[in-house]
Design a protein around this ligand. Sequence first.
Ligand code: PMP
Ligand code: GLU
Length: 394
Amino acid sequence: MQLLSDRILNMATSATLAMAAKARELRGEGKDIIGLSLGEPDFNTPDFIKDAAIQAINDNYNSYTPVDGYAELKDAIITKFKRDNNLTYTPNQIVVSTGAKQALFNIAGVMLNDGDEVILPCPYWVSYSDIVKLFGGVPVEVKTSIDTDFKMTPEQLEAAITPKTKMMWFSSPCNPSGSVYSKEELQALVNVFEKHPDIYVVSDEIYEHINYGKGHTSIAEFESMYDRTITVNGVSKAFAMTGWRIGYIGAPEKIARACNKLQGQATSGANCIAQRAVITACNESPEKVKYMIDEFKGRRDLILGLLSDIEGFKCNVPDGAFYVFPNVSYFFGKTLKGTKINNASDFSLFLLEEALVATVTGEAFGNPDCIRISYAASTEQIIEAIKRIKEAVS
Ligand code: PMP
Ligand code: GLU
């Protein structure tokens, strides 16, 4: 009998994590790799959050928590949703999970039946498509390009909808393009959804606070969307807490209760100390972490400036998150230092081997013309990395 399930054999490895692991491995061999593959802030978790965690340990928070999160944490998340997003939720609509990734797993697990279609505007975050497929869903990719700032138009949305469409998943600010949907652009999509009242939306807002001035709108703010939007968020990015593993949703009660049920059979709930720390994070004003956002903005401008000096790198100006997503199709078909570049994966691998810079192929995000470069790294690393890339391709 076959050892491993078809389910796992058919699943792709997370390209972001695989590239980070490869970079780590090469570093272990003594190679001076600059890692710009992983979307992970290089800041320390702020002291006010660390202090809350230390306090929780000393206060002997060591037992299982309620599966969907401590009541105080759910209250803090409700406060956050009201304060930042003008969204009103009750405790039964909130579920705290082990990262936004588990929140997405839960949603797919409780909502998808075999053959249900999920619209994914491309580029999408690397894990969406495999999470959807794991639970029997069928990803329907909607291609966008740099010409529309990698955003899906209402016409494209309309064209992608079929009688089997169950949901659409998207992130704004977007990982990997950094694009932010304005209120007007969301309104145009909402106009289409209003003609299709049975379609749900997963709005992944984990980069909400990493926004360089356009302002953030949650699609659930539109009255016709509130009852069919699952708003996903978490503390990994804005609070530099990737390893703490806390994410959460605000959702229609039926969906939230189903996620609670699924999670009760999976993890029994998120880590208790991390949950206590996140109460503090959610109750504080996002102003507290603005110093990191300001720094990311400076790095965005830096990397865009440096890349504009390299022939063949065509970038949009990302309004949020901490990635650039240059179109590098200029290099396809060319031979660089003896290596034939056929596609974005070849190019990303070439950069790793020749420039010792780790990036991620756009293929993992549903866009085979681009690569993703994270600028959640020090300015010195960014300057050195782009210098090496320039040398490798020229
Ligand atoms: N959504 C997006 C768009 C992401 O970039 C990430 C990356 N970490 C996640 C969800 C998952 O975040 P986490 O599980 O760390 O909360
Ligand atoms: N979300 C981050 C990224 O896109 C972290 C890696 C992951 O969770 O896949 O790089």
